[in-house]
Every structure is written in C-alpha cells, then in structure tokens.
Design a protein around this ligand. Structure first.
Ligand code: HEC
Length: 156
C-alpha cells in the first residue's frame, strides 16, 4: 500500500471516531431550582460577591452550569463534565447549607486561599472565559468576604 493511501485511511479512521464519539453526550449539570441550601440563603452575600461567584465559580461549583457551545463537541464536553464532577465534589455552593459547620468553615478558608493564590478559577477555564478573570480588586473583595463570613460563623 502506498504511503498516500495509508495516510488517507488513517485520516478516515480519525474522522469516523470523531463522528462516533459525538453521540456520547455527558449528562448536563442543569437545575433551575435555587435550593434552600444555596450559599446565598445561608450567609450574607452582597450582590457583587454573588455576581462574582456566579461568574467565576458556579460553572464548576454549583448545580447549574452555563454551557458554552463547544461543550457540545466531544471530547470537550467530557472534559468539562469531569471538571464539574470533581469541582462539585470538592465544593458545591448550591448545597453549602447542608455542610456541617466545620466543613463550611474549612471551605470558606479554602475559597480565600484558592483565590489569593490564583489556583481558582482553574487556568484552563480562564483561558476560555474572558470574563472570568478576577481583577486585583475583585480578588480582595472575595477574599475579604470569605474571611469575614468565616469569622461570623465561628462566633455563632
Ligand atoms: C473549570 C472548573 C472550575 C472553576 C470555574 C472553579 N473551580 Fe474550584 N475546583 C475545581 C475542581 C475540579 C476542583 C477539585 C480538584 C482540585 O482541587 O483541583 C476544585 C477545587 C476547589 C476548592 C478546594 C475545595 C476543597 O476543600 O478541597 C476550592 C476552595 C475551590 N475550588 C474554589 C473555587 C472558587 C472560589 C472558584 C471561583 C473563584 C472556583 N473554585 C472556580 C474546578 C473549578
């Protein structure tokens, strides 16, 4: 078989695999319900804090992801589903109220640390979401909020 033919067959196989995997769509993380356990019902969140969390964290850390068009293209959608699953396991703002007080405190600590150290939102997410970049001021606002909230909870 000529090299040309081999290359054409290889391209054909890749193309067919690409088409086939499009039919394997992950389950969507979508909910219209605002649970009673949502963090906005549990602690004081100003509109600006709530807006920043929604814009930069909720896609991976809540029961409601806003999906971009390319989530319909596999394997992008699979990758996102993986991030969302791991993100929700680690911290779910929609279910914050169901955490023990100890867990709530430790999560608030984690939120402050992850923002301060630029670990969250994930780099890959910031690459794809231009409006998920936190400015220096926004970081200060969120870190302060997390710390104050933690202090107010530990006093209770
Ligand atoms: C693209 C998805 C994604 C976004 C957006 C995102 N995270 Fe995460 N986050 C993850 C994943 C996945 C993990 C778990 C794995 C890890 O620790 O890297 C995680 C872990 C965490 C943890 C650690 C929880 C623990 O106790 O182990 C905290 C805290 C956190 N994220 C806070 C945030 C905050 C705050 C934002 C918004 C400013 C944010 N994340 C945005 C995906 C995301």
């Amino acid at each position: 078989m000529s090299l040309r033919k081999k290359i054409l067959i290889a391209i054909g196989i890749v193309f067919i695999v690409f088409i086939v995997i499009q039919f394997i769509q992950p389950v969507r993380n979508k909910s219209d319900q605002l649970l009673a356990s949502d963090i906005s019902h549990i602690v004081i969140t100003s509109d600006s804090v709530q807006g920043l969390l929604k814009n930069t964290c909720y896609d991976c850390h809540s029961n409601n992801t806003i999906y971009p068009w390319y989530s319909n293209v596999q394997p992008m959608g699979w990758l996102m589903a993986e991030h969302i699953k791991d993100g929700k396991d680690a911290l779910n703002f929609s279910e914050f109220g169901s955490y023990s007080s100890r867990r709530q405190l430790s999560k608030l600590n984690g939120i402050a640390n992850s923002i301060r150290n630029d670990i969250m939102p994930l780099k890959s997410y910031k690459l794809m979401h231009k409006n998920a970049q936190l400015s220096a001021n926004e970081k200060v606002l969120l870190v302060k909020w997390a710390q104050q909230t933690k202090d107010s909870l530990s006093v209770k």
